[in-house]
Write a protein that binds this ligand. Sequence first.
Ligand code: DI6
Ligand code: FE
Length: 402
Amino acid sequence: MSGAAEAIWQNANLATMAGGATYGAVPDGALAVRGGRIAWVGARAALPEGLIGAETVVHDAGGGWITPALIDCHTHLVFAGNRAEEFEGRLCGDTYEGAARRGGGIVSTVMKTRAADEAALLASARGRLARLVAEGVRTVEIKSGYGLSIESELKMLRVARALGRESGVRVRTSFLGAHAVPPEFAGRSDDYVDLIVEEMLPAVAAEGLADAVDAFAETIAFSNAQIRRIFEAAAALGLPVKLHADQLTDGDGAAFAASVGALSADHLEYTSAAGAQAMGAAGTVAVLLPGAYATVGARQPPPVAAFRAHGVGMAVATDCNPGSSPMCSLLMAMNLACALFRLTPEEALAGVTRQAARALGLAGEVGTLEVGKAAEFAVWDVGHPRELAYWMGGVGPRVVLG
Ligand code: DI6
Ligand code: FE
């Protein structure tokens, strides 16, 4: 610690999410910021005098709660059009897989996304990002996967990067070329995997457009053997991997993700106890997506008890996408994770802070209120942090820093 802080926040309760007490709570705490980093955090009574200088701006948090800024670690934020018709169809007896098999589903969004230019994609995603930001989100993961051709995948990722630049939000991109088999490769999924490995991934990496590589392991998408090839190519390029696993069927996706050291395995409704155990041993984070669970009308929640038993960190995210989760509210995702998956409100808040940071490989940078981390936090006018998961949306933070 050297010199006075630029800013100090006090008259606040801190939910540091850094362990120790429940919520890592520090009642009547103080938080000091220097050079965009958290310089000091703790009980106000213990605040070192030297931190307050002539230039230090002292903020009054009004007795509210300060949490780390929220992190949405799984979104498909960039896409064109919407699929309200498909939603309606499901309510009249259709299924998510049925629509996909008939050329609807992901492929119908692919057609619209291919036809849209960067400006149009940017404009529609900008609105969705703004809704997340209004809830205190400062880090968002954005996947490609509605292009499924070299040019269109690059286009999506460029839009994601542009969104980060223009908004100041930390955007982490994931290349999801293996999201669906594009129509021109129907019946030739291995050839499409060749294209991903030999051309798409190298082009994406050459432009520095991906921070990670993702894939959809599912009977209607790609096999673990196909995805292994993609993940080997990712590893050769130094890119971490994550996996859409066991969403609609148990494809042994969790254990597969763990075996390749994936940062996260996501969805996981059909994951077995053995899969949860493998994830625990590997340190792979379980990303729970209750918006998708609710929207596709799934019946089996992810094995939360097994995740707890095996020490698997659980993140919570919106999965914002036009098909299975048309949701732009991370607070709503927290509420649904509690209501539908029985997470505790503390687990839900950890799921959008500390665990979400781990799922993105950003645990050293964001996700908790700890000295040295980025000074990105939100001030909430709530009496207790459990209210963030309790309200069904609508509790925006008063201030978001960072
Ligand atoms: N699983 C999902 O829930 C999303 N992608 C995936 O692999 C759905 C994407 C969509 O339906 O457009
Ligand atoms: Fe997804």
